[in-house]
Write a protein that binds this ligand. Sequence first.
Ligand code: 2PG
Ligand code: MG
Length: 349
Amino acid sequence: MRIKKIIPNKTLASLGNETIKAKMMLENGISSETIVPSGISKGKYEIKNVTADEAIVQINRIKDILMSGDWRQETLDKRLNELGLGGNTSLVISASFWKANEKINVPTSSLKFPSLMLLLFEGGEHGNPNIFIQEFMIIERCLSDAISDFKRLRSYLVNNNLESTVGVEGGFSPSGFNDLMTLDTIKKIFPQKEIALDIAANFRKERVINFELLISKYNIRSLEDPFTDEDWEQWVSFCSRFGKRLMIVGDDLTTTNPERLGRATDLEAINAVIVKPNQIGTISGALEAVKIARSKGLKVIVSHRGEDNIDDWIVDFALRVEADFVKFGGIERGERIAKYNRLLELGMK
Ligand code: 2PG
Ligand code: MG
């Protein structure tokens, strides 16, 4: 498939920073417009981004190469990797091509919807720093439950004169709260729901969490990045002890990077993985990570980023790879709502 046109531009993302967007037209007349997100609590093994201005310069510089080839997703992505571009530059091209070819046109009954890791509270780099854990989520099987649970939590906070401001991903982040108060609140309001936490340990190295205590006291099903990305020994011994009961999820540990993921699975350090295409810079790289994860029996969680935007292609990506879970934030803030709206549009109940 030939690319007929690509027009780069910049746009503002959810925290007011510029990000790259591109319009692409293929030879068959199908066109797409794509915006890429960026992380806040980024893993150090993620591909590096360039500024939106530099990304525009890079795209304009390689336009002739892009328009002279007859591409499949893999051949395009391979070429993008060889060109040494910023991760955001290569992803906006890769995802535009993917979107033009793979975006789901009509909802069909064969779509398999993932469970939602619905963000209720956030702290760390994303919200009130007295809350040490970055993300407090509950697992929802259907969207309508997620919507009503999120509203219920807001009403609880408002009725109890607690602050209902939200953090960067639309989770509540009351200034008087700490980790245990947050978990107690979730337990009180949603006693039946399974809890998923993103510890994002890279960003709070000085604070040690007693995971055994947490697991015994709360209905925890999933722990993401409980240790730093260098702490392989702890990951391995934790996974051998708790891997049968819990999902132990690599994110900053694995950064959607096939090599890091291969190491993590060989060592049996994780039993689930976060997939974020912008950590690796191409759709093929992310698909490769999903393939490795599947071959090792890992659960796949497709995720948005801390600084996101109104584009919703990550939803289609999650459905195409039949993700087991997705993380799209709270049901607040336009850029998060955009993802939930896409799920609604595709027929998720
Ligand atoms: C994470 C993500 C998304 P960020 O750590 O899982 O929630 O955050 O994009 O800031 O890395
Ligand atoms: Mg994470």
